[in-house]
Design a protein around this ligand. Structure first.
Ligand code: ADP
Ligand code: ZN
Length: 349
């Protein structure tokens, strides 16, 4: 078992990384009060029996699976179900699922009676390694992702690697996108990934490396919960990833993070921020997961999405966190036209 704590001014969050932690520890939070479980239809279809064993007669809300359900209508429907279940200030909401369940469940916990206890039980690699930790919660509105949300730290996160065995390969690749991002931010994680490059799809290895990534994230969140400075580093590769994701949408979020890092690495070399040797090393790892880097037509339109990214300070400048050296990142601000031209040159077909 590995335990990682995040102390922020508002909450102490304890993250337990251990295979079997769901069965072992979730019931410890039940106490004598009314609680609530949120999950999604796919997770419930596989783990319904275990959920019933652990939570007994606690109400279970089953959200239809899929990102399109992370919306305000479902948020208010969950809140209504929480009222109907008679939850009070001491109640716990258990968010058991992938990033969608974690994001909407975390927000429901933050809003209900101005905040009740929340335990995150992430079941996808992406949610285990990244989104369940750090207290970002949100729903999408229309096409605008994560636009309504709150910073709300869960009291506990149970990271249980045994959930990974039922994940489709695509979801594993998705989580690997964020894992390699942590490698690009942290030299010892990068050493570890390079040494184990042929075990990237091995579930035992993924459970081990996940706790190292969480430890890195926890330290960043402890120092900068509200993304004033250091936490921005966690957006590495994401400017280009989001632009492509919004325009093409043919890959998962984490796969787009890999594609974003791959092309931003080329931009970093062209701008003299990274060496070609380092670019080869990191690209090699990225391509082990992606196979090959996709090329796109019509990138001018995708580049426009990067222009609208909320991380930019001005509309004619594109800000990016790019890989710059062994586990080192740099903030790069480029005039929009220059960014667009780089993207077309490196990723165009
Ligand atoms: P994210 O990739 O952000 O975690 P989702 O919450 O949408 O995104 O989860 C991705 C998909 O994987 C969803 O269809 C979800 O129902 C499914 N899923 C979540 N956990 C598991 C699991 N342990 N085994 C199989 N499928 C799962
Ligand atoms: Zn991401």
């Amino acid at each position: 078992m590995k335990t990682i704590e995040i102390h922020t001014p508002t909450q102490n969050s304890v993250i337990t990384c251990e295979r079997g932690s769901f069965q072992k520890y979730a019931r410890d939070f039940l106490g004598g009060h009314q609680n609530f479980v949120l999950t999604d239809s796919n997770v419930h279809a596989i783990y319904g029996q275990e959920i019933a064993e652990v939570f007994g007669n606690t109400p279970v809300y089953i959200l239809p699976a899929g990102e399109e359900n992370k919306n305000q209508k479902n948020l208010f429907s969950i809140l209504q179900a929480m009222i109907d279940a008679g939850l009070h200030r001491n109640s716990y909401l258990f968010a058991l699922g992938g990033g969608v369940v974690g994001d909407i469940g975390g927000l429901a916990a933050a809003l209900y009676m101005r905040g009740i206890h929340c335990v995150q039980i992430p079941t996808t690699l992406l949610a285990q390694v990244d989104s369940s930790v750090g207290g970002k919660t949100a729903v999408d509105m229309g096409k605008v992702k994560n636009v309504v949300g709150a910073f709300y730290q869960p009291e506990a996160v149970l990271v249980d690697g045994s959930f990974l065995k039922t994940l489709p390969a695509r979801e594993i690749r998705c989580g690997l996108g964020e894992i390699i991002k942590y490698g690009a931010l942290n030299p010892s994680i990068l050493d570890n990934l390079l040494e184990n490059a042929d075990r990237l799809f091995d579930l035992d290895y993924l459970s081990e490396i996940t706790s190292d990534c969480i430890a890195h994230k926890a330290e960043v969140v402890r120092l900068d919960e509200r993304e004033q400075n250091l936490r921005k580093s966690l957006n590495m590769g994401h400017t280009t990833a989001h632009a492509l994701e919004l325009n093409y949408g043919d890959l998962s979020h984490g796969e787009f993070v890999l594609v974003g890092m791959y092309y931003e690495l080329k931009i970093a070399v062209a701008e003299g921020l990274a060496t070609a040797e380092y670019a080869d090393l990191l690209s090699g790892l990225i391509l082990r997961v992606l196979g090959e880097a996709p090329r796109y037509a019509g990138l001018e339109k995708a580049a426009e999405f990067a222009r609208l990214d909320k991380k930019n300070a001005a509309s004619d400048v594109v800000s990016m966190i790019v890989p710059a050296g062994y586990g080192v990142y740099a903030e790069l601000k480029l005039p929009f036209e220059k960014y667009r031209d780089y993207l077309v040159r490196f990723a165009g077909k």
